[in-house]
Design a protein around this ligand. Sequence first.
Ligand SMILES: [Zn+2]
Length: 385
Amino acid sequence: MKKLSLSDVKVVDVHAHPYVAGEEEETPASFLRKLSLSVIPDMFTDVGDLEENQPYPGSNMWVQILLRNMSKYLSCEEDLVSIVEARNEKAKDFSKYTKELFQDVNLEGLIMDFGYPQPPLDRKEYEVMSGSRVWEIVRIEQVLTSLGSKGLHFEEFIEQYRSQLTEALKKKEVVGLKTIIAYRSGLEVFEMNKEDAEREYEDFSKNGRAVAKAFRDYCFHIAMEECTTANKFMHIHTGIGDGEVVLPKASPSFLLDTLRQEKYKDTKVHLVHGGYPWVEEAAFIVSILPNVYLDISLQNPFTGHGVERIISQVLELAPFDKVMYGSDAFTVPEMNWMGAKLFKESFERVLNTWIEKDYMSYEKAKYIGEMILYRNFGKTYGVKI
Ligand SMILES: [Zn+2]
């Protein structure tokens, strides 16, 4: 039987973050820290004195897979010291190194969330540095906090908030808005209640990170309305994230009541991170709502060997045209690279099983692979790729 390979297929990463070209050399500990989802600075301060074959303290399968792949790519020993030394050497020309890594996996474009890191980096600069096309999503929480400190009256605040979203969505390179409400008050968004929102606006204007649920819910609906009018995407963070997430209210199932409202039936929604670990809930939601999509970012590549299981699980229910590739890479280009590489390898194994079981032909499996890696993005976002 002919084995299917996706290695030559182009990729668009529909969820990633920019980072600055590394001017300083990484140390083994700093590199390890950059690979981690932990934002707690005390993680990985020292890689320790290790016995042979002992994994680095705090490292997991994702790190193991990355290091092994990097040692092959860089033709060096599989220990962190040798790997970091070899990558530092290459990263002296950071742009060249990034371009080589991106080309190695045919990564041709990315939707980037410029809400992290802060202060925001420049889209054009990242595009030039990486040699890839970059589309942007605008985080509503950034707009909220910057307006919140101005001491405006509620009415005035809302008016300016809305007009800033309208303006942002007019930009060609901006493909949508994003909300991280899952990090603040959770995904159980209630109907608009102006009175409560106005009352809680007081708390919010004093503290941009306040829960202020009624206020945030009110602003969430405005963002949904603006995306509907502009016919652009509302990206909603779902599932786990960094340590701040409101985990008990992060499952995409909390969104269902909101998303199936009549007024949002034409709103394009992109569930960021596909709700991991509640991927089946997310898969169900995209299977019943015509304009809701999901990406497999963060869980890919950070669950390592789990990526294969997740792809298979998501595709138990999710239509093939509702799923897109993503990485959530946020610190170093090796993350973007490993994200694409690991996803392709894992997806190949899933597709080859389907061919073996005679669920589909080789050609159809290949097409499905292309859909999730770039075709769905091109089609839903109206971009020629
Ligand atoms: Zn992200």
